[in-house]
Design a protein around this ligand. Structure first.
Ligand code: DOR
Ligand code: ZN
Length: 422
C-alpha cells in the first residue's frame, strides 16, 4: 500500500489551460506532486480567489550591494511577493557592475539569505569580458546605449562564441550608443524633451543590431513601439513594461516617470498596447528601478528609472478585470513565458513544478496607494491607477502573504539551486 507523505494540500480555484478549475494540489518539498479533484493529505489550506502560478519578473534593479539606501534585496523582494511575484532576476548595473565572477560571487553572498522570493542574478557583458562571466549567472545583460550605472558596449563585441555557450538568455537594452550621442540634448525639462533626446529611432537602430547578433535565446528588453516588435520579427523574445504600455510623454508625472528608454508619444504608446493585447509581445517585466527623492528632485538632472515590481501584476490584472486584456494573455506574458525563458520549473500548474502561487479576487479592484508599497522609494506614476493586489501568495508550498500581509522571514533561494527544466 502506498502511503504518500505530503507536506500540504492546497485547494481552491486554479487557473489551468485557459480556465479556472476547482482542484487540490499536493505539495511535497515545495514541489507539486499531484493535482486532482480528489487529493487528500494531512494539512489542508483552502485559498479563496482565482489562483495563478507565482509570477516571474525577469527585470528588476534591487541596487544591492552599493546603493542600498535606494533598495536592498530584502525591501525589493518583499515588494515582489506583495505583488504576486515569487521569482525575480536582478540586473547587473550595481555601482560596481557585475562583470566578472568575483563581483558576482560577492553579490551572491551578500544577497543570499535576505530575499523574500527566489532570485537569479545577471552578469553584464561589456563587449570584452566574455571569459570572465560567472557560470552561475542566470542571464547576460548588455547595454547598447549608456544608462544608469551602465557603460554602453561601444565598438566591437568580442567573444560571442563564449557568450553563446552559456545556456542562459542574453538580454539587450537596445538604444544605439551612436544615435543617442547624436541626439544628446542638455537641459531636458520634461518627458517629451527626454523622449526627443533619446528617440525611438535610436531604439530601432539598435534592435536591428540585436536581430543580427549571432546568438540564440535573445531577449529585447523594454521595447517601446510596435515598430520595434516588427523590426525584431521573431529573432528575439520581446519584453514590454507596464509603464510603456500605460503611460506616455504627455503625462504629468515629471521626473518620477523619467525612464530609459523614455515614455513615447501617446500614439506610439497606444499602438504598443494594441500590439501587446493582440499577442505581439512575449514578456511583461517591471524594470523596477528605484531612485531617491533627491535623485528625482530636478527633472533636468534626474536619474532615470521608476519602481514597479509590486504593481506589475496588480496593474495588469486590473486590465483583465476591465475587459481590456484577456486572462490567457495576462497569464502567458506575466507568468508562464518569463519563467519558461529562464528554464524554471515555475509558471505552470504541473506536477514536478514548484508550488508557487498567488490568489486574487478580480472584484477587489482599487487605486494603487504609493504609501502602501514596500520599496524604499515608494513614489510611482501609477499612484491612483486601478489595481488588483493578491490576497495570498505561496512560495514553494509556504504561505508567505496571508490576507495581504507578509507572514514569513526571507526564504528565497538562488534559482541555480533549484531544479530546472531539463
Ligand atoms: O531608466 C532606467 N533605469 N533605465 C535603465 O536602463 C537603467 C535603470 C536603472 O538602473 O536605474
Ligand atoms: Zn532595467
Amino acid at each position: 500500500m502506498g502511503f504518500e507523505m505530503t507536506d500540504v494540500i492546497i485547494s481552491g480555484s486554479f487557473y489551468r489551460e485557459g480556465k479556472f478549475e476547482e482542484l487540490s494540489v499536493a505539495v511535497e518539498d515545495g514541489i507539486i506532486r499531484k493535482i486532482g479533484k480528489d487529493v487528500h493529505g494531512a494539512k489542508n489550506i483552502r485559498i479563496s480567489g482565482g489562483i495563478f502560478p507565482g509570477a516571474t519578473d525577469i527585470h528588476v534593479h534591487f541596487r544591492d550591494p552599493g546603493e542600498t539606501h535606494k533598495e536592498d534585496f530584502a525591501s525589493g523582494s518583499l515588494s515582489a511577493i506583495y505583488g504576486g511575484t515569487t521569482t525575480v532576476f536582478d540586473m547587473p548595473n550595481n555601482v560596481i557592475p557585475v562583470t566578472d565572477y568575483d563581483v558576482f560571487e560577492n553579490k551572491l553572498s551578500i544577497v543570499s539569505g535576505r530575499s523574500f522570493c527566489d532570485f537569479g542574478l545577471y552578469s553584464m557583458y561589456t563587449g570584452s569580458n566574455s571569459s570572465l562571466i560567472s557560470s552561475k549567472s542566470s542571464g547576460i545583460k548588455s547595454y547598447l546605449g549608456e544608462s544608469t550605472n551602465a557603460t554602453a558596449v561601444g565598438g566591437e563585441m568580442k567573444g560571442f562564441d563564449e557568450i553563446e555557450k552559456l545556456p542562459v538568455p542574453k538580454v539587450f537594452h537596445a538604444e544605439s550608443f551612436r544615435c543617442l550621442k547624436n541626439h544628446h540634448t542638455e537641459g531636458v525639462k520634461n518627458l517629451r524633451e527626454h523622449n526627443l533626446s533619446r528617440p525611438l529611432e535610436c531604439e530601432i537602430d539598435s534592435l536591428k543590431d540585436v536581430k543580427g547578433f549571432p546568438l540564440t535565446r535573445k531577449i529585447a528588453a523594454h521595447i517601446t513601439s510596435e515598430d520595434s516588435a516588427r523590426t525584431l520579427g521573431d529573432s528575439a523574445l520581446k519584453e514590454v513594461t507596464p509603464h510603456h504600455l500605460l503611460l506616455n510623454d504627455m503625462d504629468q508625472h515629471g521626473s518620477w516617470a523619467r525612464v530609459n528608454p523614455p515614455l513615447r508619444e501617446r500614439e506610439v504608446q497606444e499602438k504598443l498596447l494594441a500590439a501587446y493585447l493582440s499577442g505581439s509581445m512575449d514578456i511583461v517585466s517591471s524594470d523596477h528601478a528605484p531612485h531617491t527623492e533627491e535623485d528625482k528632485e530636478d527633472f533636468e538632472f534626474s536619474k532615470s528609472g521608476l519602481i514597479g515590481v509590486e504593481t506589475r501584476i496588480p496593474l495588469m490584472l486590473a486590465l483583465v478585470k476591465k475587459g481590456i486584456l484577456s486572462m490567457e494573455r495576462f497569464y502567458s506574458t506575466c507568468i508562464r513565458n518569463p519563467a519558461a525563458a529562464f528554464g524554471l520549473r515555475k509558471g505552470e500548474l504541473k506536477e514536478g513544478y514548484y508550488a508557487d502561487f498567488f490568489a486574487a479576487n478580480l472584484s477587489d479592484m482599487s487605486g494603487v496607494k504609493e504609501r502602501n508599497l514596500h520599496s524604499k522609494t515608494p513614489f510611482t506614476p501609477f499612484n491612483g491607477f486601478q489595481s488588483v493586489f493578491p490576497n495570498t501568495v505561496i512560495l514553494r508550498g509556504e504561505v508567505v502573504i496571508e490576507n495581504r500581509e507578509a507572514i514569513l522571514e526571507p526564504m528565497g533561494r538562488h534559482v541555480m539551486d533549484l531544479r530546472r527544466v531539463e
